[in-house]
Every structure is written in C-alpha cells, then in structure tokens.
Design a binder for this molecule. Structure first.
Ligand code: NDP
Length: 489
C-alpha cells in the first residue's frame, strides 16, 4: 500500500469488558475527514449508561485475580507486547490518524505513532521498578511503604495528538496496575479503538482497558461523576479542565489536568537569527498550530525585529496547506469546522483590535476539496492586551511583539494566565538560565522548541494545569502510598 492510500474504515463500537458493543441508546455519530469535510464512518455515541458499564467492568477487572496476581514483570511484558502491536501496524495507524485528524501523514508516523510506541516501551520498563521505602521510625517498629495503584482511572483526551494522548495516560496507568476507561475526543476516536484492539490481542485481561466514544458533555461528564472511577486524567481546554475539577469534587476524585497554553518564544538580540527563525516557524505551524505548547507569542528584541520578521514571513510562505496523505505535506487542515470557525474568528478579531496581518489567515481549498485549510497567519504590531496575545487560538496564527530588554521580555512572557511552555533564543548562557528560571512554565526550551520525550516530565504552571505526565513523575499520578507498621517488640 502506498503512503497516500486511504483506508477502508469500519464503523466504531464501544470496547467494554473486552467486547465490542453498541451504545445502550443505539445512537451513533459521524467522524469526519478534515481534509475533505467528508464522513469517514460512524461511531457509537456512548452515554452515561455505557460509562457505567465500562466503569463497572474496569472495577471487576481491577479486582480480579487475573490482574491482582499478575506479577509486575508480566505486566511490563504486556506493555511491551502492546508497543510491538502498535509498531507492527505503525504505517496503517499513521494513515488512520491522518484521515481522522488531518495531520500530515509523515508527522503522524514519525512523531505521533513513534512517540506512542516509545511511551508503552518506557512504562513497560517501569512496571517492576515501582518501589516503596523502609522508613527509620522510632521504637520497635518496622515501617515501610507500598506504592499501590489508584484503582479505576478515567482518561479524557483531546483531538490534537490522539494516539500519544491516549498512550501518555494508558501506559503509566497500566504499568502501575490500574484499570482504565478512556474517552477519546469525538473528532478523533479511531486510533483509540485500535489501541484497545491491539491491547486485547497483546493479552491484556478483559476490562482493564475500556474505550467509550462519545461527547464530552455526556460520556465525559458521566466518567467524571462516576463513583467507581477513582481518578481522572484530562488533557484539553482550560475551560473544560475547570468544569472537571468542580465536578470531581463530589466524589473527591484525584484529578490531573494538562490544559491550554499561550507560550512565549523569546528571541534576544544576540540570538542566532536563522536558527531562531526556523525554530519560531516550527513552534507555531507544526501540527497546524494545534499544539498546547505552540509558540503562539513571538517576542523579538526591537533591534532585530525587522530582519527577523522579514525572514520569518519568507519561511512561513513555505508552509503551504496540502493533502495530509501526501508525505511531502507540512501543513494539514484544522481538525474540524468548529475549530476552523474559531481560528478564523480570532484572525478577524486580531485585525479588528489593530493587529497588522503580515501574511495569510485566509481559508483555502486543497485538491478542489473544501477541507478545513487555512494559510499560516502572522500578525505584527501586537500588544499584550489584544485577544490574539492572550487567548489560546490553537491554529497557525502567530502574534509578534517586541521588547527592550530581558526584564521586559520576561514580564510580557509571564503576563498570560497560562504557563505550559516557553522558549528563549540567545548565545548568552547567563541570560538563558535567568530566563529559564524566571519563566513561569512547566517546560522551558533554550535555543530549541517543541522537544518532548517520554522520559522527561511534562505539565503546566498556573492555569495550564497541574500534575506531571511522562517520565517517572507520571507514576505519582497513578499510584497511592500506603504506610505499613509492624510491631517488632
Ligand atoms: P475540550 O477541552 O472541550 O475537549 C477535550 C476533551 O474533553 C474531549 O474529549 C471532550 O469531549 C472532553 N470534554 C468536553 N467537555 C467535557 C465535560 N464537560 N466533561 C468531561 N469531558 C469533556 O476541547 P475542544 O475540543 O472543545 O477544543 C476547544 C479549545 O480547547 C481549542 O481551540 C484549544 O484552544 C483547546 N484545546 C486544548 C488542548 C490542549 O492540549 N491543551 C487540546 C484540545 C483543545 P468531546 O471532544 O467528545 O466533546
């Protein structure tokens, strides 16, 4: 099969207790190819009844001997087998993701699918290394701790990196011995269903991983409210993160939130301009700007602003929207009509508030199809008060601001409610580290952008959320500590 070949996609059903099932209501919804605006297939529209079945199946599986008596090393082997299953189908999964999400197939294969495989392998290695401590307490006592699984975990994930977002939650949760109910985003559920299939083929006991497709307000909200669910891991918008935190209070669930961003990308006057231009364009246009860490605010020192922007506009012109199934395409469509309307709305608002649109920002057709394509947009003359400098747009829209010195750059950089990521470009080691320490963000890049690895922690400051995914830090999200006292007297 060639790289550009599309796949025949079967209707999707819910995966509950190891079985493919229809929604209790019998309802389905369409999933759309963003490159063509055509329907790919129908998916079961899970609701509260289905979430209830899935949560109970997960509880039964969690408590079963098959899971409780499975030693940690064997749990690790199951995760390795899931990684192998993903790898065996990597090309097909990449095409499926591209048809469902619109991201360029080359990026889907080299980044999304590869990162997901890495994630399962990484946590497979952790499964038998989750240790407790022996604590020197006074008196004739032995005190030790056990790190036990939390129980049934609910994962609610977004549409921008569908399979990696599932992997970031499912892999550490299973490595720590939990069971899970996964609710993928309504726009991009197909690879989550394939993950469930691959996990079952790898030998994961029935009910340990359940997938309920459907809408956030119904299936997602039911998962957050369900008394059998002990923890919710959420990635998505800050607005929905707040709703989830409020709703989780009723059952006192643990919650971890990876939310939006408005990341500052700061270029100091001594930066390697060409490297920073390359970095800045990738920072905002990669994944069509639909990245929570997108470098959507470019802060350039006033002395190099004109040269920098001229080079950036030239480079951005190379990001031409194209058919995402073509391996040469670097800029795919936005994920949905809703997201297209949202992004075009921000572009209009940017113009109305006095921003100077230097290029792009218009909707375009590709291959004669009215998919959700937009030309990359760059705004100059932006001030911190403008909406496009404050709100997460989640599209290929860059706001350029200037500053006089490092202090001002850091002040502007820290001025939004978000704190997910930031970057600084400079040859001055002192300034680089001052910036890295003062920027209030969970990730800071120096002379680079968008680096991410399954071994390195990821998460937000401020309203970008809390809790750290990836690396050993994620083990804290999926375990709870028990203290055991033994009287040796
Ligand atoms: P949402 O935050 O609405 O969606 C993320 C996930 O949450 C989806 O699975 C969604 O389900 C689910 N969800 C929605 N409402 C609820 C609820 N009340 N209870 C439980 N789960 C819920 O993001 P959108 O898709 O609406 O995108 C809107 C904006 O959010 C984007 O423009 C972007 O700014 C931001 N965003 C940020 C992301 C990030 O990684 N930081 C990722 C995605 C979006 P469903 O999709 O089925 O409705």
């Amino acid at each position: 099969m060639s790289d550009t070949a599309t796949l025949e996609i079967q209707p999707g059903r819910l995966f509950i207790g190891g079985e493919w099932q229809d929604a209790a209501s019998g309802k389905t919804f369409d999933t759309i190819n963003p490159a063509t605006a055509e329907t790919l297939t129908q998916l079961a529209e899970g609701g509260a009844d289905d979430v209830d079945r899935a949560a109970r199946a997960a509880r039964t599986a969690f408590e079963s001997d098959a899971w409780q008596k499975l030693d940690a090393r064997k749990r690790g082997r199951l995760l390795y087998a899931i990684a192998d299953g993903l790898e065996a189908r990597a090309d097909e999964l990449a095409r499926l993701e591209t048809m469902d999400n619109g991201k360029p197939v080359k990026e889907a294969r080299m980044i999304d699918i590869k990162e997901s495989i890495d994630c399962f392998r990484y946590y497979a290695g952790w499964a038998d290394k989750i240790e407790g401590d022996v604590i020197p307490v006074p008196g004739p006592y032995l005190n030790y701790t056990r790190r036990e699984p939390v129980g049934v975990c609910g994962a609610i994930i977004p549409w921008n990196y569908p399979l990696p977002m599932a992997a970031w939650k499912v892999a550490p949760a299973l490595a720590c011995g939990n069971a899970m109910v996964l609710k993928p985003a309504e726009q991009t559920s197909l690879t989550a269903l394939e993950l469930a299939r691959i996990a079952a083929e790898a030998g994961l006991p029935a009910g340990i991983l359940n997938v309920v497709t459907g809408f956030g307000e119904s299936a997602g909200a039911a998962l957050v409210a369900h008394p059998e669910v002990d923890k919710i891991a959420f990635t998505g918008s800050t607005a929905v993160g707040k709703i989830i935190q409020r709703q989780a209070a009723d059952t006192l669930k643990r919650v971890s939130l990876e939310l939006g961003g408005k990341s500052p990308n700061i270029v100091l006057e001594d930066a390697d301009v060409d490297a920073a231009v390359r970095g800045a364009s990738m920072a905002i246009f990669y994944n069509t700007g639909q990245a929570c860490t997108a470098g959507s605010r470019l802060l350039v020192h006033e002395s190099i602003r004109d040269e920098f922007v001229e080079k950036l506009v030239k480079r951005a012109a190379g990001f031409v929207p194209g058919d995402p199934m073509d391996p040469k395409t670097r800029l795919g469509p936005l994920v949905s009509q809703e997201q297209l309307d949202r992004v075009l709305g921000y572009i209009e608002q940017g113009k109305a508030e006095g921003g100077n649109l230097l290029m792009g920002g218009d909707r375009v057709e590709v291959n004669g199809k009215r998919g959700y394509f937009v030309n990359p947009a760059i705004f100059g003359g932006v001030t911190s008060r403008m909406t496009i400098a404050c709100e997460e747009i989640f599209g290929p829209v860059l706001a350029v601001q200037t500053f006089k010195d490092l202090d001002e750059a850091l002040e502007i950089g820290n001025s939004t409610e978000y704190g997910l990521a930031a970057a600084v470009w400079t040859k001055d080691v002192r300034k680089a580290h001052v910036a890295a320490h003062k920027l209030r963000a969970g990730t800071v890049w120096i002379n680079t952008y968008h680096n991410l690895d399954t071994a390195s922690p990821f998460g937000g400051y401020k309203q970008s959320g809390y809790g750290r995914e990836l690396g050993r830090h994620a083990l804290d999200l999926y375990t709870q500590v028990k203290s055991v006292w033994v009287n040796l007297g």
